[in-house]
Write a protein that binds this ligand. Structure first.
Ligand code: DGL
Length: 278
């Protein structure tokens, strides 16, 4: 999308994902823009979205968007590739504020990084089926060869808090077989949950392979939208439709230095009663 300047400092920036993966994006946004107020929603009670039909993914995503629209955000970040691939237009239509998503900045970064024009895309099965990464990358890189791999076990592992050790490593390695065989020089982590497996993926692919950093390229994109920051310290409010230890652990690991951070529960009933005209 074209950059658009946004005014107003106290209105929050709204960010959402189906689950914990979006917190990796939120952490990068907070680091890049420490003076902003963020309101984040993780729809953990209904994660993973990728195993649902496109119609239901869109409905849940729009319910999340409608919840966040009540905060009158000055900008919105869809921190979920699956929603970006399946329901982008529906979600955008809910906000009057500018909406950015993780998929387009990630694809642009991959296009800049590849030198052999062989790009691997790891994503949820819903994102792979939609083919959005391949479509966007083909527009950006002539004669690009895309190897896409659905990784359905990775989101549940993150939600379970099981990202370290031999079993996650072996699962990740299994999903990388086709990318290695295709000699890709650049890999897109096309699901924000996969950031938690970055080290496993980098190690298995080799240090010579570029892994696109979605949280950081998304933060750069968001920065382009915003005017110079004010001096006050920003705040972070994290809503989740289910609050468990796994959420606290991930928040602790990603937001060690955040003083002004609160975690709140929003019920699925509250989300689903929102009337959405998507
Ligand atoms: N973090 C989401 C993504 O980027 C996970 C999707 C899901 O819930 O299946 O696609």
């Amino acid at each position: 999308m074209e950059s658009q300047s946004v005014t107003g400092h106290s209105r929050p920036i709204a960010v959402f994902d189906s689950g914990l993966g979006g917190l990796t994006v939120l952490a990068a946004l907070c680091q890049a823009l420490p003076h902003e107020n963020f309101v984040f929603l993780a729809d953990r009670a209904r994660v993973p979205y990728a195993s649902l039909s496109p119609a239901l993914i869109s409905r849940y995503a729009c319910e999340c968007a409608a919840f966040l629209a009540d905060f009158d955000p000055k900008a919105v970040v869809i921190a979920c590739n699956t929603v970006s691939a399946v329901a982008l237009k529906d979600v955008e239509s809910i906000f009057s504020a500018p909406v950015i998503n993780v998929l387009h900045p990630t694809a642009s970064a991959a296009a800049k990084l590849t030198t052999n024009r062989r790009i691997g895309v790891l994503a949820t099965t819903a994102t792979v089926k939609r083919n959005t990464y391949a479509t966007v990358l083909k527009e950006l890189v002539p004669n690009v060869e895309i190897t896409s791999q659905g990784c359905p076990l990775l989101v549940p592992l993150v939600e379970e808090g099981w990202t370290q050790g031999d079993i996650p490593r072996l699962i990740v390695e299994h999903y990388l077989d086709r990318l290695k065989a295709a000699l890709v020089d650049t890999v897109v982590l096309g699901c924000t949950h996969y950031e938690f497996f970055r080290e496993h993926i980098q190690h298995a692919m080799g240090r010579h392979v570029n892994l696109v950093n979605t949280p950081s390229v998304t933060a750069e994109e968001l920065k382009l939208l915003l005017p110079e920051p004010q001096k006050q310290q920003g705040s972070v409010t994290i809503y989740s439709s289910d609050v468990t230890d796994a959420l606290f652990k991930v928040v602790e690991s990603l937001f060690l230095n955040s003083t002004d951070l609160t975690i709140e529960t929003v019920s699925v009933e509250d989300l689903s009663k929102r009337k959405v005209l998507a």
